[in-house]
Design a protein around this ligand. Sequence first.
Ligand code: PLP
Length: 397
Amino acid sequence: MDTKLVHGGVHRDEWTTDPLKRSVVNPPVYHSSTVVFPNVAALRFASSDWPFTGMWYGRHGNPTTFALEEAFAALEGADNACLTASGVAAVNAAILAFVKAGDHILMTDAVYEPSRAFCDLFLKRFGVFTTYFSPCVSPDHFATLIRDNTTLVLVESPASLSFEVMDVPAIAEKAHARGLKVLIDNTYGPTLFAPFDNGCDVSINAATKYIAGHSDLMMGIVAAKDPETYRAIKKSVAELGCPPGTDDAYLALRGLRTLGVRLRQHGESGLKIAKWLEQRPEIIRVMHPGLESHPQHHLFKKQFKGSAGLFGFQLKAGFSQKAVDAMLDGMKLHAMGFSWGGFESLLIQNNINSCRTVEQWKYGDGYGQTMRIHVGLEDIADLIADLEQGFERLTSA
Ligand SMILES: *Cc1c(COP(=O)(O)O)cnc(C)c1O
């Protein structure tokens, strides 16, 4: 995997004009709108199978963006991949590739909130209806939700607020038996979870998070298992017109090269902090799928190569909101922010049920506020000291 991350999409012979083929290491940043053709034959070739014949017009890619698509496809074992201007655009373009008016789709109730908003506020207006199901659904119950007009299922595992792990291969098997496409939002675990070995047809990633890895750009990537699925997605992306800027594609490719080592460190530090938090007297539950106490730890161990740095935890009941605010306000190394996947640590209070409709996440009697933490690449002793001081503010407020 690490070798694929380092060598995927590399075409040094194409990245140089030097007659002796001396080359730079990374792709040149091609800024493109108009693409010019040297002759009619070249233009005819480009039109013969639009937009699958390489450069045509800036919106459909250039050698810099192709390098990132190829590198991501190599890491996923995909036929090919498409870039979009954000993770949200990637989810939406992937869904739109497989629905028409009158169709029905299935989606996990613990999906990233904007994906739900796209279904309920946008697709609904065009006659595409969505049924949500519990992230802990049994495969047999899932099968009963499939209708004759259901065309796809979108899963996300683990859930990004509550961290349930889904039985993706079992759900995919039921979905394929009825001819559905299986889409996964795999933003949590690029390299940790292999979508195509676990029954998925389409792997979606918010490259904004771990792939870019430095909290300074927005991008989505959709990878397809087979050529036919890739063609549907590339067309959808082309018609929606949502390409990323080339500078951002360059930076995201640079992020991808170090994804392996970064994610291993996020994972190792994250698990250590999760175990430390589990021992704290202020805390009643830690939602980290790598912990043995996690309800789907067995699935996680079977399906994932490791954990990321993102997880949740829940305070014991009885802390006032003022005390929680005091804890958060005084953090020195844990910033408050909605995204994650960068080198820096984040901590934020959340309400897991703010976007659930099938069944409420059980906060439980004697259970208090929930928070989400992203463990960054700082020294773990410093992060623990910061959290320790936070708990002092929490208990003395
Ligand atoms: C952040 C995120 C997205 C959306 O990505 P953006 O680049 O912010 O649009 C989609 N899915 C998940 C799980 C995410 O965490």
